[in-house]
Design a protein around this ligand. Structure first.
Ligand SMILES: [Zn+2]
Length: 104
């Protein structure tokens, strides 16, 4: 029997695809006006739902990014200021877990 911890956690509608389970990806320089492809949503793995914990990380990441942009700092500048790697800041802003927790 396979047990996954996410199974028991409350799920919420995926904010990336609004529960539609797919993302429409532009395949030409015309953007969404040109040819598009529908791919399974990368945020929710095509399930349309994510855990509350993941949603909180996504919302926190959006807040961190908005705050950084408002302050006029680049990813590199902000990462240096926080004492983390630029890649870690990008992960944080995208709602991905950071090894060792959040410095904020
Ligand atoms: Zn999704």
């Amino acid at each position: 029997m396979t047990v996954t911890y996410t199974e028991s956690q409350p799920k919420v509608t995926c904010p990336s695809c609004q529960g539609r389970r797919v993302q429409v990806i532009a395949t030409s320089p015309l953007g969404l006006l040109g040819p598009t492809r529908r791919l399974p949503c990368v945020t929710c793995d095509g399930t349309g739902k994510i855990t509350m914990e993941f949603l909180q990380r996504i919302l926190h990441g959006r807040y961190v990014r908005a705050h950084r942009i408002k302050a006029g700092r680049s990813v590199e500048d902000e990462a240096l200021r926080l004492g983390i790697k630029p890649r870690e800041l990008t992960d944080l802003e995208n709602g991905l877990p950071i090894e060792g927790g959040l410095p904020l």
